[in-house]
Write a protein of this length. Structure first.
Length: 332
């Protein structure tokens, strides 16, 4: 009887220790996420952190697993008031890392055409994965289309960023680099006011002076485009798609046609949590080559020539293209 009592007491102690250990790991996980937000958010100086920590930990009091904290972290991100920070669960991150074809998705389609025997047309679609092979293919395909169009010696170019809702800026910037006339054209400004310009050269992507990514490309010798260029944008041009558009702001012989972009003009960075989830935080506002800072959520980039859309896709596209050709005829 004495031995049985000892065993029962031991079981109770073991269960209690396990429960305490789980509660402790849940608390540590949540605090680590909050600590990351506090350290990296562009709006960290505007947040009442004591209040956010207290309310989040209070909500987590009944959480039994780390997964139970996901909605709490998502709510905490809303408190940053940047409209761009996100939380991604481990299973979403796994798909994010595997890439398009491995998860049964269609790879981004880059369209190209030669219009009126004069003008080169090319699209820059969104790319929303963190698979480096996909990045390489995306940039290589864009360069291939660009090179094919250059053989026609076009008198002007049309870069279509409509419906590019964003994703990964590194491959987008690498793709459009032959269309840019300078290196220091797009940057982020952090909470301390420090400006970090992005740069791309010979397959290497830089954040400031730091090498952030090395591409492994087949098509490296792409000729720089110097002819007049129009950029097509609309309300769905967002996030990294807007970064791509803003890279051309202030560039000589470039005009924007369409609608104001979405207005998610801030730079995000991925941070991995202990269970494989990603905390994607807004670490800075977009700054263009003239050091204009894009801070207002929802304002976006304003086009030089506005298009009043009819709601019908075919008619809207006709309006865009006719205006693009009209403008190209006037740019010197």
């Amino acid at each position: 009887m004495y031995k049985i009592s000892i065993i029962i007491i031991f079981c109770f102690i073991s269960i209690a220790n396990t429960a305490y250990s789980q509660a402790d790991s849940v608390k540590k996980y949540l605090i680590s996420a909050l600590d990351m937000m506090k350290a990296k958010s562009v709006n960290k100086g505007k947040v009442n952190w004591d209040s956010l920590y207290n309310s989040s930990l209070k909500s987590a009091a009944t959480c039994k697993t780390i997964r139970d904290t996901y909605p709490i972290i998502t709510d905490a991100l809303k408190g940053l008031e940047d409209a761009h920070s996100r939380f991604y669960a481990p299973e979403t991150v796994k798909e994010y890392l595997l890439g398009y074809r491995a998860t049964g998705q269609e790879f981004p389609v880059i369209k190209a055409d030669f219009l009126e025997n004069k003008y080169a047309y090319i699209t820059l679609p969104e790319i929303g994965c963190y698979n480096f092979d996909d990045w390489n293919e995306y940039v290589d395909t864009f360069y291939k289309r660009l090179t094919e169009l250059q053989k026609h010696n076009p008198k002007g170019w049309i870069l279509d960023l409509r419906d590019n809702i964003g994703g990964m800026f590194y491959p987008m910037y690498a793709a459009i680099s032959p269309l840019l006339n300078d290196q220091k054209v797009i940057a982020t400004k952090d909470a301390k006011g420090e400006i970090t310009y992005f740069a791309y050269k010979n397959g290497k992507f830089y954040e400031g002076k730091n090498l952030a990514h090395q591409f492994n490309l087949k098509n490296k010798g792409v000729t720089t485009v110097t002819k007049p260029l129009v950029i097509l944008i609309n309300k769905k041009t967002g996030s990294s798609g807007e970064f791509a558009a803003i890279s051309f702001a202030g560039q000589k012989n470039v005009k924007f046609i369409g609608e104001n972009t979405q207005g998610l003009t801030s730079g995000n960075q991925e941070y991995k949590l202990s269970d494989g989830a990603f905390l994607v935080l807004t670490i800075g506002n977009t700054v263009d080559r003239n050091q204009k800072e894009y801070t207002k959520i929802g304002e976006g980039l304003t086009p030089d020539f506005k298009i009043e859309t009819s709601g019908k896709q075919a008619e809207t596209n006709r309006l865009y293209m006719s205006k693009a050709i009209e403008v190209l005829n006037t740019i010197k």
